[in-house]
Design a protein around this ligand. Structure first.
Ligand code: 13P
Ligand code: SF4
Length: 383
């Protein structure tokens, strides 16, 4: 069994069925997935090695079926549910989803769905957007703790003060924020449509941009507008190392570099193409380069490899020279098991007070109207 723990093999404990047995020990049976194959092991644990559940930890009690993907697909039919997934979700979740997309496309899908239930595999602000735009649907999120560093960098009280200090400014807010912050904004943007929306704003009006200062700075460079930036950032896109990226480019002289605009300027300076996740995916398909270096969260490589199986795709490195740092810890909170359990139990669900929902819907609807012509898969070149 020791070989099971050797990298790069991925070991996932999928199910826990426990039975008490004699001598104060517990015999736990775990379903283990290794390289896509599933088998079972039993572990004996003496009670001295077991951790008592604390009050804030809810141990999963729903037994898991042997074939989770098939069970999830069957549940989806029974519930009349649609599974929406962001490109940063793990590959097995992306493969089960009815639709995988970037923030703009996922908002559009959530607003237009006929399904009774939206199961959102992404982070909480994305599921909130689905609820705001589709209030009559039951919206489920496998793990409610799936937040976002940008959202937590911008508490509503501080944002209110920011707005109050700039009363003549238009507040343009990145979709990666709480419903409360959306409700205080004039228009919401995603990385797909931020430039196009800012370009439509009256030239004589000053603009606030929150909460991502790197995306905001990029939008300012692209539009020539002066933006007053909130000092937030994405913890994932901060991890890339300029020094390691330069060395990687030297080792792959013909490689094209693609980057998400949440990256700091010193990384974007090396990019041949900058865009949202959907735009980066489209560029991978369209690029004439055989080797492509990608500076964004690593799970999008799952779709990129499917889209361009003959190309060499390399995740941009962090300071240690590897790309293991560019996983979003919030996105990773959703797992196949939690997805199944949230569908079975119809929880955790997203609910918002109606006045808040209505206030947050206004700038979101404005975004959808102002970017109706935008196809995230359309390519925009870096200046
Ligand atoms: P997009 O998919 O809209 O590019 O957003 C990236 C992101 O960081 C989502 O959290
Ligand atoms: Fe937030 Fe960054 Fe994770 Fe996206 S990748 S959810 S911006 S922390």
């Amino acid at each position: 069994m020791a070989m099971l723990y050797q990298p790069p093999t991925r070991l996932a404990i999928l199910a826990v069925n426990s039975v008490n047995c004699r001598n104060s020990a517990q015999n736990r049976r775990y379903a283990i997935a290794i390289g896509g194959k599933r088998s079972y092991i039993s572990l004996m644990m003496h009670e001295s090695t077991m951790v008592a559940p604390s009050a804030d930890v809810v141990l999963p009690t729903t037994p898991l079926p042997h074939e989770l993907p098939a069970a999830i697909t069957a549940l989806k039919q029974q519930m009349n549910a649609v599974i929406l997934a962001h490109y940063y979700q793990e590959g097995e979740i992306q493969d089960l989803a009815d639709f995988v997309g970037d923030s703009l496309d996922l908002s559009r899908k959530a607003a237009a769905t006929d399904a009774e239930v939206i199961v959102f595999c992404g982070v909480r602000f994305m599921a909130e957007v689905a609820k705001i735009l589709s209030p009559d649907r039951l919206v489920l999120l496998p793990d409610l703790r799936a937040g976002c560093s940008l959202e937590s960098s911008c508490p509503p009280d501080q944002f209110r003060a920011f707005r109050a200090a700039h009363p003549d400014h238009i507040a343009v807010t990145y979709i990666n924020c709480s419903a409360e912050v959306k409700a205080m904004s004039d228009v919401i943007v995603t990385s797909s449509n931020a430039v196009a929306i800012v370009n439509q704003l009256p030239a004589d009006k000053p603009i606030l941009f929150a909460p991502d200062r790197h995306l905001g700075a990029w939008v300012a460079r692209q539009t020539g507008r002066q933006l007053t930036l909130w000092p937030g950032s994405c913890i994932v896109h901060l991890q890339f190392s300029e020094r390691e990226l330069v060395q990687l480019r030297v080792r792959h002289p013909g490689a094209e570099v693609l980057a998400h605009p949440e990256c700091p300027e010193e990384i974007l300076a090396y990019a041949d193409f900058i865009g949202s996740t959907a735009q980066l995916l489209a560029r991978v398909k369209a690029s004439p380069a055989d080797t492509i270096i990608i500076a964004t969260e690593s799970h999008i490589l799952h779709q990129m490899r499917k889209a361009a199986p003959d190309k060499t795709l390399i995740g941009a490195p962090g300071v240690d020279g590897s790309c293991s740092c560019n996983n979003c810890p919030y996105m990773a909170m959703n797992t196949l098991e939690k997805l199944y359990r949230c569908m079975i139990s119809r929880s955790p669900r997203i609910d918002l007070p109606e006045p808040l929902r209505l206030a947050a819907a206004k700038p979101l609807q404005r975004m959808l109207e102002m970017s109706a012509a935008i196809n995230p898969a359309a390519l925009t070149r870096k200046d």
